[in-house]
Design a protein around this ligand. Structure first.
Ligand code: URA
Length: 234
């Protein structure tokens, strides 16, 4: 099994973060620092990360969180800021967040030690729909909505078609729902910047049809088997 997939299967990190650990030279196979494309003979090779032997996780945990703003979506923050892991119960501290919400973004976040689910939900080819509630600094015109729907340029690359529902507009700004199937860095904020606006408030309210119903800001709960199954097949 490819080393990054193996580390995800061991609940060490998502595949993407596993790649970073490998590049940083933190991973050894049978005593030798490994490189990106290396394979592991599962059950035979000894894999060590940060000095600790890792093994395949047989039990996966899945949580849903209503992330408040002011928390970083990493396991450890270099700047000592609060992380989403701080909001998990002690028994779930070894999970990692699936994808990222910005420090200032709130809403639906999945946390798990299942690297496979992480990969499915975050790989661009799977086009998993994520819906956000957006409040903007200035009113959004119908023309802007049209532009955002058909795609705007972020860092020289056009965004894919997306769904937008303008809920209300006043002189001081607009409220919208936007559903995107990509997960580029700060995508929603940058999309509104591309039409000369700014996002004042951003909350992820759905992944597929999974919502935050019943979860207050900062609360977490375990996902049911049915919900996990739903996400694995999205
Ligand atoms: N888009 C953003 O701009 N920020 C997020 O946190 C998520 C999507």
């Amino acid at each position: 099994m490819r080393i990054n997939k193996y580390l995800a299967t061991c609940g060490v990190a998502s595949r993407r973060n596993a790649d970073k650990m490998i590049q940083d030279g933190l991973v050894k196979i049978n005593g030798r620092i490994c490189s990106m494309g290396d394979d592991v003979n599962v059950g035979e090779d000894t894999v060590v990360v940060n000095g600790k032997v890792v093994s395949v996780v047989k039990h996966f945990d899945y949580y849903i969180m209503n992330k408040p703003k002011g928390y970083v979506c990493t396991v450890k923050d270099d700047k000592g800021r609060k992380t989403v892991i701080d909001l998990l119960p002690p028994s779930a501290k070894r999970l990692f967040p699936v994808g990222r919400l910005d420090y200032d973004t709130e809403g639906l976040l999945i946390l798990t030690n299942d690297g496979d689910l992480t990969f499915r939900l975050t790989h661009p080819k799977n086009e998993v729909p994520k819906t956000y509630l957006v409040k903007t600094e200035k009113p959004v015109s119908d023309e802007d909505v049209q532009k955002l729907r058909s795609g705007v340029y972020i860092d020289g690359v056009k965004t894919k078609k997306c769904n937008i529902r303008l809920i209300e507009s006043t002189k001081t700004g607009s409220k919208l729902h936007i559903t995107i199937t990509e997960g580029r860095n700060r995508q929603v904020r940058k999309m509104f910047e591309a039409v000369n606006n700014n996002v004042d408030f951003l909350k992820r309210i759905k992944i597929g049809d999974l919502t935050l119903t019943g979860l207050d800001r900062g609360q977490v709960r375990q996902l049911s088997a049915r919900e996990v199954d739903y996400l694995l097949n999205l």
